[in-house]
Design a protein around this ligand. Structure first.
Ligand code: SAM
Ligand code: SF4
Ligand code: SF4
Length: 300
């Protein structure tokens, strides 16, 4: 991370903590909800299947920038399905950087060839070993592995949503992240139980076991892009929600924290690690502040 970016984030953090501000720093643009997969745990694919036009996405990026957002995520649906004429996802990343976003990340299912060297991180969803991943995501594991090997940059971070099916695969995903040359780290979430996927949710005991395993893997040197100090809060869903420093924009509609904010009761069962990490950070939790400094400087 550049020193100027670090100074910007540090001063945002200090102002937010001291004055209990609710301004956003992290924003996500949903470029499309169209997807080539229909994963077992996912409730947000192909609801409209609209691929939003370039001008609309650009305006949404400007809106976020003017709100003060400086960490931008492109998400979907499947982001690599986005295009408008000659323009591709890579053009959006380049545009975002030119606009002044300090960190630009993309979330993808990894089933398309990866050529995004301008992105700071490519969060690539890997949901276990081949068998468990394929149960959740269809027969995609081998294609994804080939695409990672052939990627043109080493800015990939695995993104694993831990649920009833894949909870035993955490060490394997950690080791895969450690051993693949284009992969920097792995970042975890717990399954967030939308009404149609409640059966995949973990119990508190299962979450505690997963956190214990992740901690052990971190101690053994696995590259995990999460904060151990947030684990107790995640296990018991005792972190504040929603995260006011995060916003999502989809088809012109801005939501605080996530699109899921409209699902009644979901925030109390939220499994997104970033929500716990960011809300605790901006409440001034000393352990989280120190660990975040260490972790972010290591992987971004
Ligand atoms: C909605 S997908 C969109 C980007 C891309 N299609 C992909 O799969 O990475 C973004 C991330 O959300 C995760 N996800 C989907 N439903 C979830 C849920 N109910 N709880 C936690 N994570 C979920 C996916 O596994 C994926 O890592
Ligand atoms: S690839 Fe992503 S958007 Fe598509 S169904 Fe799976 S989790 Fe949902
Ligand atoms: S806190 Fe609520 S809005 Fe935010 S990600 Fe979790 S479920 Fe979604």
């Amino acid at each position: 991370m550049k020193l100027s970016s670090f100074i910007h984030f540090a001063s945002f953090g200090i102002r937010t903590i001291l004055f209990h501000k609710k301004e956003a720093i992290l924003g996500t643009v949903i470029v499309t909800d169209k997807c080539n997969l229909s994963c077992k745990h996912c409730s947000v694919n192909n609801i409209t299947a609209i691929v939003h036009p370039y001008e609309k996405i650009k305006k949404e990026m400007e809106t976020l920038y003017n709100m003060g957002v400086r960490i931008l995520f492109f998400c979907g649906g499947e982001t690599f399905l986005w295009k408008d004429g000659e323009k591709t996802l890579r053009d959006l990343v380049i545009e975002a950087k030119a606009m002044g976003f300090l960190i630009v990340n993309v979330v993808t299912n990894g089933t398309f060839p990866i050529d995004l060297p301008e992105a700071d991180l490519i969060l690539l969803s890997l949901d276990g070993d081949r068998t468990r991943h394929n149960i959740i995501r269809g027969n995609t594991y081998d294609t994804i592995m080939k695409n990672i090997e052939n990627a043109t940059s080493d800015n990939i971070c695995f993104y694993m949503a831990i649920n009833k099916i894949n909870q035993k695969a955490i060490p394997l995903v950690c080791m895969t992240a450690k051993n693949m040359k284009n992969v920097r780290a792995v970042s975890f979430n717990f399954h967030t139980p939308y009404p149609d996927t409640k059966e995949l949710a973990l119990t508190k005991e299962e979450k505690a076991r997963c956190c214990h395993i992740i901690s052990r893997m971190i101690d053994k040197g696995a590259p995990v892009f999460n904060l151990k100090s947030a684990f107790p809060y995640l296990i018991h869903n005792q972190f504040p929600t929603p995260c006011h420093q995060c916003v999502v924009i989809e088809n012109g509609k801005i939501s605080t924290c996530g699109r899921c904010i409209d699902v009644p009761g979901l925030c109390e069962e939220c499994g997104y690690f970033f929500v716990a990490e960011y809300t605790l950070l901006f409440r001034g939790h000393p352990g989280i502040i120190l660990e975040m400094l260490k972790t972010y400087l290591k992987y971004i």
